[in-house]
Design a protein around this ligand. Structure first.
Ligand code: NAX
Length: 330
């Protein structure tokens, strides 16, 4: 029998966690022949809710789900023990009147203990996706506190931004989603990110040839993707949940499945300073390609003056965030 994959989800009783768990359990991510053990991790006061979720998981009778563990965030080493994948969703959400820097200072410390616990107890092949915001900098904090876990195992989620950008391009071009490819998200998962229309393709042709309204591409397209989270909150009265869970799972799939030729997947990864003039030592959204086991940053994306100026802004924000948490980076 195939050994089960152990997947931890922090914030498992939250809205993104709840939306992600059932698809992880169902075989949607790791396939119909891969047994999965879920490690549900929550704050002590939310453990009761995990009991209810556990009942619902049982009630789905998924053949691929072979175990459910429930863990308190008070004991993260137990929570992550033997885990091959860790989805870090749990964190304090931004509230009205809270500055981004405040949020970074509130959530940052959570990710120091998280990084240490992952290093101490996760499986040797562990891979980590950080969803909790500010996800790029939280990821940097966690990985910096887990120096023995290779840097290429850590991802912060920009896939929701990629999916949002793909959808906007498809709608504008009047083409199906499947016609749009090679959409990279550069930089921070924040309102400074750069959804890269310049290297995107529609039906294999440059998006800039198919969509001739370049003022839209440089203006409303970028701002719609950058502000999409806020627009969803305004319309729904709650932040993106199903789409965020979907993007977290797409991130995992993008790494464990080969990336089709001529396209990319987006995630934020640790930079070494060797590509696209992006400084070393931040977790930055980049175009990636996977062979199903290993991933690399895709070379060859064209960066013109306009793209460079937007990328510079988002990289500067990441450098500032790094500075804000420098005491949490050993
Ligand atoms: P919820 O408030 O619904 O759920 C968060 C859950 O995390 C709660 O159940 C809470 O008890 C738990 N939690 C808090 N601190 C924890 C800790 N230290 N250990 C374990 N569990 C903990 O938020 P939800 O809508 O699920 O969003 C979760 C995170 O995703 C937020 O930080 C949010 O900002 C972030 N997002 C990131 C996105 C991205 O694209 N990277 C997009 C969606 C989302 O906004």
């Amino acid at each position: 029998m195939t050994a089960p994959i152990h997947v931890a989800v922090t914030g498992a009783a939250g809205q993104i966690g709840y939306a992600a768990l059932f698809r992880l359990a169902s075989g949607d991510v790791f396939g119909p022949n891969q047994p999965v053990v879920l490690h549900l991790v929550e704050l002590p006061q939310a453990l009761g809710a995990l009991d209810g979720i556990h009942m619902e998981l049982d009630d789905c009778a998924f053949p691929t789900l072979v175990g459910v563990e429930k863990h308190s965030s008070d004991n993260l080493e137990a929570a992550f023990a033997g885990c091959n994948w860790v989805l870090l969703v749990g964190s304090v959400p931004r509230k009205a009147g809270m500055e981004r820097a405040d949020l970074i200072r509130i959530n940052g410390p959570i990710f120091t203990s998280t990084g240490k616990a992952i290093q101490a107890s996760a499986a040797k092949d562990v891979r980590v996706v950080v969803v909790g915001n500010p996800c790029n900098t939280n990821c940097l904090i966690a990985m910096s506190n887990a120096p023995e876990v290779p840097k290429d195992r850590w991802f912060a989620m920009t896939r929701l931004d990629q999916n949002r950008a793909v959808a906007q391009l498809a709608i504008k071009a009047g083409r199906p989603i499947a016609a749009v490819s090679n959409v990279a998200i550069w930089g921070n998962h924040s309102a400074t990110q750069f959804p890269d229309f310049a290297n995107a393709k529609i039906d294999g042709k440059p998006a800039t040839d198919v969509i001739t309204d370049h003022a839209w591409l440089k203006g409303d397209f970028i701002s719609t993707v950058q502000q999409r989270g806020a627009a969803v909150i305004k319309a729904r009265g709650a932040s993106s949940a199903a789409s965020a869970a979907n993007a977290a799972l797409d991130t995992v799939k993008g790494i464990i499945r080969p990336t089709p030729a001529g396209t990319c997947v987006s995630a934020a990864v640790f930079t070494d300073g060797s590509q696209y003039d992006i400084p070393a030592g931040i977790v930055c959204g980049l175009p990636l390609s996977s062979d199903g086991t290993n991933w690399k940053t895709l070379p060859g994306f064209q960066i013109d003056e306009f793209s460079r100026s937007v990328i510079q802004k988002t990289v500067d924000e990441l450098l500032q965030e790094r500075d804000t948490v420098k005491d949490l980076l050993p």
